[in-house]
Design a protein around this ligand. Structure first.
Ligand code: HEC
Ligand code: HEC
Ligand code: HEC
Ligand code: HEC
Ligand code: HEC
Ligand code: HEC
Ligand code: HEC
Length: 393
């Protein structure tokens, strides 16, 4: 795979999709705004990288399941106004319209999860294109999109672009594009490489030997059937470790056998895919600086998927808490009720990123990559007061 070559070619497609006619610059006191539509839409994937497997015939760690959010701002009034109803927001992926011919997930869904899904339809009933729904947190979303990292021509691309189109009474009010990152580069085979058996068989056998289970005879195995996994809403079995605690805890003392600059990439995507590709990565701040080491992530006292790093672990700003209390970055709002992601991007892909595709949205909306710091992206009239970061001034 050549992510960069691929990304380069999507730049051309973006111009075509949005329509160069819309790239009108509205220069003002607050700087240029590139796309001049009545509304402005910001869209992001909830995770900086969603991991899934290609092959589900032996076990399931994570299924195809991406979740895309959008927030829409009306610029036609004096002050920006977050639009919460009356919209039709559609999403689709150019050149990536199918999923069931790219992974065998739809062959094993019944055996693994007890549901027989229609091919190309994901676990929440959503497909590769559709209409977003309102959330209680003042934005719109589409969850469980079953996208894979392979386009319709068979090329691998972990950074596919979604086109989000906002309509009101049938009229296009705004459009944007965002990366919906997905990868199946989960490299268990770096260590589980016993000759003559698949990595998955090696893993199931090791589990059976060490924990007196009979998983090899029960394939396909749903790991979260026993190990609780909040990401899948799976309660697991009483007394068995959570999936995250089991994986990170058990492997904490096994990592010195892999020769990787970032050992987390032994299992997280990856060596080729850039799971973390944000401004912190560019500054040399990687996984363990924020998350701690394997033992810290595997600490049974941690709540997986809930107890995550916070911006305030490192940044400080008098009077600003960064994330809202009790909420993750991806669910928090700042300035005037705008979601953090609208200005900063997805976790692990906070702009400016080292990948071109993740910078496109900001470039299209304000003419340059990085945090949305161009007031006129949302304010039609130049604001009378200074920028404030917190939700309420
Ligand atoms: C850095 C090397 C390494 C990587 C990468 C790795 N493993 Fe392991 N894993 C081991 C070793 C070593 C064992 C112990 C094998 C034994 O004792 O037979 C093990 C054992 C296991 C076991 C048995 C249960 C236990 O007590 O640990 C499971 C399950 C397992 N690995 C799953 C995985 C999965 C799933 C992945 C990929 C997402 C993975 N491993 C990646 C090294 C690794
Ligand atoms: C039938 C129930 C069951 C299933 C299914 C299951 N496990 Fe386990 N697993 C256990 C039990 C029981 C233990 C040992 C006790 C514990 O970790 O809480 C264990 C232990 C582990 C450990 C070692 C934890 C540690 O702290 O040493 C790993 C890693 C692990 N499982 C991974 C997996 C993976 C990966 C899958 C799917 C391929 C899987 N398990 C499926 C029951 C299960
Ligand atoms: C041996 C394989 C393996 C390695 C190495 C690994 N992870 Fe993971 N990690 C997983 C798996 C599998 C999941 C998915 C667990 C789930 O679905 O709950 C996961 C999920 C996570 C999560 C989300 C769940 C949670 O606990 O909040 C975080 C955060 C995480 N990993 C961080 C790290 C960091 C940081 C490193 C490097 C220090 C690392 N991982 C190395 C296998 C691994
Ligand atoms: C600059 C700090 C930072 C770095 C570096 C970082 N993370 Fe995270 N990570 C976070 C934050 C913050 C969250 C919670 C984001 C949210 O969901 O709102 C998170 C969440 C996660 C999750 C859970 C899914 C999610 O998005 O909530 C996984 C898995 C994860 N990180 C893995 C990694 C891995 C692997 C690396 C290195 C390749 C890494 N992280 C590097 C800050 C960081
Ligand atoms: C492990 C510490 C750490 C964590 C956690 C962390 N950052 Fe950073 N961040 C840094 C460092 C170091 C820099 C680069 C030096 C600087 O400019 O402050 C930086 C730079 C930045 C910048 C660009 C510099 C600026 O001031 O404009 C932004 C934006 C940013 N971080 C956002 C975030 C957000 C959002 C979060 C939480 C989701 C977060 N960071 C979590 C350490 C961290
Ligand atoms: C309207 C756009 C906007 C929103 C919404 C927004 N930010 Fe920012 N953020 C900025 C800008 C612009 C900067 C660069 C510094 C500056 O000019 O104040 C920044 C800088 C940061 C930094 C770097 C450190 C610092 O203090 O400068 C962090 C961390 C950060 N923001 C976190 C957040 C979090 C968390 C949220 C959501 C609760 C959020 N931001 C919402 C625009 C925004
Ligand atoms: C991502 C969209 C967005 C961007 C970019 C943005 N704002 Fe705002 N701003 C809002 C929203 C939404 C409100 C809330 C309006 C309301 O009170 O209903 C707001 C309110 C304000 C207010 C208070 C009400 C007013 O209009 O006087 C000020 C002051 C302000 N913004 C200043 C700024 C400045 C300065 C910048 C550029 C550095 C900026 N904003 C960039 C969305 C944005």
């Amino acid at each position: 795979m050549q992510p960069n070559g691929k990304v380069g070619s999507t730049v051309l497609r973006v111009g075509a999709a949005i329509g160069l006619g819309m790239l009108l610059s509205t220069a003002g006191a607050t700087g240029p705004r590139m796309i001049d539509t009545p509304y402005v839409a910001f869209s992001y994937n909830d995770l900086g990288m969603h991991c899934m497997q290609e092959d589900f015939s032996q076990f399931l760690i994570l299924p195809p399941y991406n979740t895309v959010h959008a927030q829409v701002i009306d610029r036609t009034r004096g002050e920006p106004h977050i639009v919460e109803d009356g919209l039709n927001i559609s999403y689709s992926f150019m050149g990536n319209t199918r999923a069931a011919d790219k992974t065998n997930f739809w062959t094993y869904d019944q055996a693994l999860l007890g549901v027989d899904l229609v091919p190309d339809i994901g676990l929440t009933g959503n497909g590769m294109s559709g209409t977003m729904v309102r959330t209680p947190s003042h934005d719109w979303k589409m969850d469980g999109i079953p996208i894979t990292p392979v386009d319709d021509d068979g090329r691998e691309n972990p950074y596919p672009l979604a086109t989000i189109t906002v309509r009101k009474n049938g009229q296009v009010m705004a459009q944007t594009q965002t990366v919906v990152p997905v990868s199946w580069e989960i490299n268990c085979n770096l260590c589980h490489n016993t000759p003559g058996v698949s990595p998955a068989t090696d893993i199931l056998r090791a589990h059976d030997q060490l924990h007196n289970t009979t998983l090899e005879a029960q394939q396909p195995v749903f790991c979260a059937g026993c190990h609780a996994d909040p990401a899948l809403g799976a309660p697991g079995q009483q007394g068995v470790s959570t999936f995250s605690a089991a994986m990170h805890g058990a492997h904490a003392d096994r990592m010195d056998t892999v020769q990787l600059a970032e050992t987390c990439y032994a299992c997280h995507p990856g060596v080729r895919t850039q799971c973390q590709r944000d401004l912190h990565f560019a500054e040399g701040i990687t996984c363990t600086a924020c998350h701690g080491d394997m033992a810290a992530v595997g600490d049974p006292a941690r709540r997986p998927w809930v107890d995550e790093p916070r911006c305030s672990d490192c940044h400080s700003r008098p009077g600003f808490e960064f994330e809202e209390p009790g909420k993750l970055y991806r669910d928090s709002r700042g300035h005037g009720g705008v979601m953090c992601y609208a200005c900063h991007g997805s976790p692990h892909a906070m702009t400016p990123t080292v990948t071109e595709a993740d910078n496109l949205q900001a470039i299209n909306l304000q003419g340059h990559a990085g945090v949305i710091n161009t007031c006129s992206a949302c304010h039609r009239d130049p604001p009378e007061d200074n920028f404030f970061h917190s939700r309420e001034d």
